[in-house]
Design a protein. Structure first.
Length: 285
């Protein structure tokens, strides 16, 4: 039995809330992220050349230097075009609150949090119109992950901030670890694998006075966010693993969780799914 099989719904009971959002929904067609640097680059030509060495001679187009301080070029990965522009300044506070996102990121070390907060320049990377369906959104994000990993191989790269409804920060160290897991796989792999930690933020917060741990980013795939409500039986690491595995099942189209479903976590524990707006919370963990 696959490790993912344990998270498939056992049965359902009770009426669904007719006023609640219905899933799946159309994904966000456009995809964007910011790649942070700890220095100001003198020229982006070496970066474009590196992409050509990784993806082939057609991977980076001619550099547009029409703006004196913001060079840009088109990168092509898996037949998809990505607009890559370099800004020699920190990310403006009204664009992204990097210090706050770093503070609440479980997977960053203290040194990585400091590196994100103290970054000096960044790349703005965008793919327009590729996410027309869940399958195409998955393909676009897979290719985007390959592009980001290649850019992170450059000296001075700090990590990636996904521009979506969440505040996900992924360090260079963690990103390249996930890239290794993608080796020899495609977005349509038979394993039901997707690099969820590169696209979905998992964080702890409170629902009123009750602690929850939940995802942010699945809605960009047209899917419900997932979370554990007042968990007491598992530690944070185990809950992260559950949510990443469950998110992967949703993104790869192998499981869609619904209101009132019973989900076995292990041989002793099963949780019930209850919808609260855009989030499906699991009770009983």
């Amino acid at each position: 039995m696959s490790i993912f099989d344990r998270f498939k719904k056992k049965n359902t009971s009770g009426p669904a809330d007719s006023s609640a959002p219905k899933w799946p929904q159309p994904p966000a067609e456009d995809t964007m992220c910011l790649l942070l640097m700890d220095r100001v680059l003198e020229d982006v030509a070496p970066v474009a050349q590196h992409l050509k060495s990784v993806f082939g001679s057609q991977a980076a187009g001619e550099i547009d230097r029409g703006h004196p301080r913001v060079p840009a070029f088109i990168a092509t990965v898996d037949g998809l075009e990505f607009w890559c522009s370099y800004l020699p300044m920190p990310i403006p506070a009204d664009t992204a609150d990097i210090p706050t996102a770093a503070q609440y990121s479980f997977l960053l070390t203290d040194e990585e949090k400091q590196a994100f907060t103290g970054h000096r320049s960044f790349w703005m990377l965008a793919q327009k119109g590729g996410g027309t369906s869940l399958e195409e959104k998955r393909r676009a994000c897979w290719a985007f992950s390959l592009l980001c990993a290649a850019l992170l191989e450059q000296e001075g790269a700090v990590g990636v901030h996904i521009v979506n409804r969440g505040g996900l920060l992924v360090s260079k160290r963690h990103y390249l670890q996930q890239r290794e897991l993608m080796e020899n796989k495609a977005s349509t792999n038979d394993e039901g694998y997707f690099p969820v930690p590169l696209w979905v933020w998992v964080y702890g917060s409170y629902q009123g006075k009750t602690p929850v741990i939940r995802t942010q980013g699945l809605q960009d795939f047209g899917l419900p966010e997932l979370g554990f409500y007042n968990p007491t039986q598992f530690d944070t690491g185990e809950l992260l693993d559950f949510l990443y595995s469950m998110s992967s099942l949703q993104i790869t189209g192998r499981q869609l969780y619904r209101n009132a479903a019973l989900i076995p976590l292990n041989e002793k524990t099963e949780v019930v799914c209850k919808q609260d707006g855009d989030v499906l919370y699991f009770f009983g963990a």
